[in-house]
Structures are given as C-alpha cells and as structure tokens.
Design a protein around this ligand. Structure first.
Ligand code: HEC
Ligand code: HEC
Length: 221
C-alpha cells in the first residue's frame, strides 16, 4: 500500500516536472503523445533515464516495443512482484487502463510512440551503476557459453529481426527479466524460444551477464 502511494506520488511529481501537456512548436507529435500518455513519468524523457529499475526504451525495436506494450496492457506480461508486492507491470497497466477496463491508448498511438522511440539514441551505460570488472568478464564468458548471441547478437547489439536489444539496458532490469523468463513468470510473446538457453544459466551467471550487458555502449551501432 505504501509503495503504491509513493509510486503514485512519484508519478504526479514527474508529470509536474514534465510540465503541461501542451506541445512545444518543435516537438515531434509522437513525443507529445509519449508525454500525454504518461510514459515519460516512468520511462524518462526521450526514453532514457527511466525511474528506479524501469527499462530504457530509446533505440529499442519498434515492433518489440509495440508487442510488449500491448501484452502489458492486456495482462499477458505480469512479472515478479516489485517493492509494493504487486507484479512489476501493474503500475504501467493502471496508467493505461481505467478501472472500468477502458484502454486509454489506441493501437495506432502505441505504434507512433514505438516508431519514435526506435529512432532515439539509446541510453548511455550509466556511470551510477557500480559494476565489478570481474563480474563483467565472467558475464562476457557466460553470454557466449549460453549462446545468447545466436538471437541477441554479439554483445547484445545485433539481435535477430524484431528481437530486443539487450545491450546497455539497466542491470537490475536485465536480472529481473532473465530470472522471470527462466522461472516462467514471464511467458508472453516469443519468450519461449529462449527458455532452453536460459534454463541452463545459473543465478550467478545471470548476475554476471547483466553486469556485462549493462556496460555496453550501443551508440556506435
Ligand atoms: C507507472 C509507470 C509506467 C508507465 C506510466 C509506463 N510504463 Fe512501461 N514499464 C514500466 C515498468 C515498471 C516496466 C517493466 C516491468 C517489468 O520489470 O517487467 C515497463 C515496461 C515497458 C516495456 C517493455 C520494455 C522491454 O524492454 O521489454 C515497454 C515497451 C513499455 N513499458 C512501454 C511503455 C509505454 C509506451 C508507455 C506509455 C504509453 C509506458 N510504458 C508507460 C512502467 C511504466
Ligand atoms: C533462441 C533465441 C534466443 C536465445 C538463445 C536467447 N534469447 Fe533472450 N530473448 C529472445 C526473444 C525472442 C526475446 C523477447 C521475448 C518476447 O517476445 O517477449 C528475448 C528476451 C530477452 C530479455 C528481455 C529483454 C527486455 O527488454 O525485456 C533478456 C534480458 C534476454 N532475452 C537475455 C538473454 C540472455 C542473457 C540469453 C542467453 C542466456 C538469451 N536471452 C538467449 C530470444 C533469445
């Protein structure tokens, strides 16, 4: 309950900071939509500097963004509980679905936001995340050993068509997704195809792979 209230307060504060929902003359209409639909409050301006352990979205594949947004709205992607004890996607779902079930964003609007996000420069690996260099090296090895590159490409930077970029994403977010996919808590979309690979990956390897991926700079892509 407390976590929920503080999230709501945080959301309100962010929206205040983000300013009124009027577009600046030069703003891309999709950016206005991103603000009006409150994505900005959690995923940060221009899809970087997302709050807490929330994912960065800038530079992500647009079809992937669209599908995930739809799955979260539709309750197909839940995720393990966050600090408030509710599934990690509950806050996002509440922002986009009214209590009476009415969805506050259209498919076309999601597509426009997704196409805009895909074009934006990805987040820089955060200097605020202290990462042990030994873990980074162990992660590099585990990533190869578990054959993650078959689908996500070398260094997580060259995924197969419509598969997600995972390089440069936040460490804690990566750990959570790998752990949820492994435990079948996240089963939406194409997660099934990576289960054989992640099933063999130990918790220590997951930590190390996340440390390694979080340090990769995607801006040279
Ligand atoms: C109240 C906070 C909140 C709001 C508002 C919000 N999100 Fe999210 N979003 C999250 C969280 C938290 C996650 C990660 C959940 C998890 O850990 O499984 C997420 C995940 C996502 C993902 C999946 C990313 C990935 O790499 O798999 C996409 C795409 C996304 N959000 C898009 C949007 C869009 C587009 C909007 C606005 C229309 C939006 N979100 C609004 C909190 C929010
Ligand atoms: C056979 C292909 C395949 C292999 C191998 C694979 N993945 Fe994936 N991975 C995917 C697909 C496809 C998705 C997106 C699933 C969806 O549609 O929701 C995904 C999703 C993810 C995500 C969540 C991304 C996000 O933004 O939420 C992470 C993290 C991830 N994979 C890491 C790994 C790691 C680490 C390995 C190696 C241990 C690995 N994957 C092996 C195909 C694969």
């Amino acid at each position: 309950m407390h976590g929920r209230r503080s999230l709501a307060r945080g959301l309100a504060a962010c929206l205040l900071l983000a300013g009124p929902a009027t577009a600046k003359a030069t703003e891309d209409p999709a950016e206005t939509l991103y603000r009006d639909k409150t994505c900005i409050a959690c995923h940060g301006p221009k899809g970087v500097e997302a709050r807490l352990v929330f994912p960065s979205l800038a530079g992500q594949n647009k079809t992937y963004i669209y599908n995930q947004t739809r799955d979260i709205i539709g309750g197909k992607r839940l995720g393990s509980p966050d600090g408030s004890g509710r599934p990690a996607t509950a806050g996002m779902r509440e922002a986009l679905v009214a209590p009476n079930g009415e969805v506050r964003i259209s498919d076309g609007e999601i597509r426009r936001i997704a196409a805009w996000l895909e074009r934006l420069p990805p987040a820089q690996p955060s200097n605020r995340q202290a990462v042990d260099p030994t873990a980074v090296e162990a992660g590099r090895k585990a990533y190869k050993k578990r054959k993650c590159q078959i689908c996500h490409g070398r260094d997580g930077r060259r995924p197969l068509k419509r598969y997600p970029f995972i390089a440069g994403q936040k460490k804690a977010y990566l750990v959570r997704q790998m752990t949820d996919i492994k435990a079948k808590i996240r089963t939406n979309g194409k997660t099934g195809v990576m289960r054989a690979s992640i099933r063999q990956t130990t918790a220590a390897e997951i930590e190390a792979i996340a440390a390694y991926l979080s340090r990769i700079d995607r801006s040279g892509n």
